[in-house]
Design a protein around this ligand. Structure first.
Ligand code: RNT
Ligand code: ZN
Length: 412
């Protein structure tokens, strides 16, 4: 199937494949640094995984240093069409110093900033409220001990400063996403105290004004995690309300809801109440297991909702998966490209005709169309998109991924 004949087939349905290719090129995906090293980070002072998140598997090639991680990222970006972003966690500092979390400064991240500028990507950022001795109770901002809370508030404030400096350096806002693990393994008797405490700590942390052109605060909810099965303090309702009242970005992680909930369905609902959204696109198999995203129905629906609900300009698309049983760089490349494919598939749908059928309550037409559209030659349009960006696809991509994995496999 040539591009021209594929394009003609889409044109029959009134779809402009050229326009879709152009639109997709303008959508950055914020790729998460932590897929490259199984969420370990580069702190020397403290750090074991924790907070109920853990990568499983021991595939060879884990990045052990910032230089290795950057090399892996460069390889990944080199096989993903378009210009993208890097979502960096505070535990990925690159410095000879050993600052604790409440001591970090911009300079501890400046190698990342210089590198991002050199290769032309934007940075997003995250405070790290896990993998630290002061988070061992799975309580941080909601901890009853003021000393512990103050430590984490200071950490959060510093990440906001760092994110703002990153945003200033790159000339666009760096999103600083707040996720805390706080919760209880067994049924608490004072949920209200914990939630009021989280609210008060967040207020303190967010009190210093930052320029929204430089950094944006986002808040990420969760349903439960390993070790916090009975109650997560920062639940969806908690952060939904918080984001509305405090005008922060609301982050929806696809793994942080009941497994049968449709996260794509939530976008239009929350977008009526919050201005900006952040996504952690993920694939929760049975729980928040952060499997690499596929072109599965959940992901395709996410892409379609972003396009059809007109939310692309106020949604930051971030990814959050980590799988250590397969090549980590292949996971990045295939996962990120799958997000792009989900968007492209949506852009290649005859949106107006589908919506028209639905408004006319002609569900038969909507049904016939959605099913017949699945047979259109999407792959030829995607291949053309890759070719125009000088990126491999199909067997050539697999050769690239295999050969890079072979190079890094000898890492100890
Ligand atoms: C944890 C959250 C959070 C983390 C990253 C590493 O459940 O999804 O986003 O995965 O911050
Ligand atoms: Zn997440």
């Amino acid at each position: 199937m040539t591009y021209d004949s594929a394009k003609a087939q889409f044109a029959d349905w009134g779809v402009d494949a050229e326009a879709a290719i152009e639109q997709l090129a303008g959508i950055p995906i914020s790729m998460h640094c932590w897929q490259g090293d199984d969420v370990v980070g580069f702190e020397t002072k403290s750090g074991t995984s924790g907070g109920g998140i853990q990568a499983t598997g021991n595939h060879p090639g884990r990045a052990r240093t910032p230089d290795e991680l950057r090399a892996d990222l460069e390889f990944a970006y080199g096989n993903i069409p378009g210009r993208h972003r890097l979502n960096l966690h505070a535990m990925y500092m690159d410095t000879d110093e050993t600052p604790d979390r409440d001591e970090i400064e911009f300079r501890h991240f400046s190698p990342w900033v210089d590198w991002a500028r050199e290769i032309g990507i934007g940075l997003d950022f995250n405070p790290t409220f896990f993998a630290h001795a002061k988070a061992d109770d799975n309580l941080t901002l909601a901890h009853p001990d003021k000393g512990i809370r103050d430590f984490w508030i200071e950490h959060g404030r510093r990440t906001r400063d760092i994110a703002a400096q990153m945003g200033a350096a790159q000339g666009n806002a760096c999103v600083n996403n707040i996720w805390v693990p706080d919760g209880f393994k067994d049924t608490p008797v004072d949920r209200m105290a914990a939630r009021a405490q989280l609210e008060a700590s967040l207020n303190d942390m967010l009190a210093p004004k930052q320029d929204p052109a430089q950094m944006l605060d986002a808040v990420e909810s969760k349903l439960f995690g390993i070790g916090v099965e009975a109650c997560t303090v920062g639940s969806h309702e908690f952060y939904m309300g918080y984001a509305i009242r405090k005008d922060t970005v609301l982050c929806l992680d696809m793994g942080h809801f009941h497994p049968t909930e449709n996260i794509a369905d939530k976008l239009s609902a929350v977008a009526l109440s919050v201005d900006q959204l952040l996504l952690h696109v993920s694939r929760p198999m049975r729980w928040d297991s952060d499997h690499v995203i596929l072109q599965s129905d959940d992901i395709l629906q996410m892409g379609q909702e972003l396009v059809f609900s007109g939310l692309l300009d106020r949604t930051r698309i971030g990814l959050d998966f980590f799988d250590a049983t397969i090549s980590r760089t292949a996971a990045w490349v295939i996962g990120t490209r799958n997000m792009q494919k989900a968007l492209l598939r949506a852009m290649l749908l005859p949106e107006a005709r589908l919506k028209q059928a639905e408004r006319a309550l002609d569900f038969t037409t909507r049904f016939m169309m959605t099913e017949e559209l699945k047979d259109l030659p999407f792959g030829a349009i995607w291949a053309e998109f890759c070719t125009r960006h000088d990126m491999p696809s199909g067997l050539a991509l697999i050769r690239e991924l295999d050969s890079y994995q072979a190079q890094v496999a000898s890492r100890g």
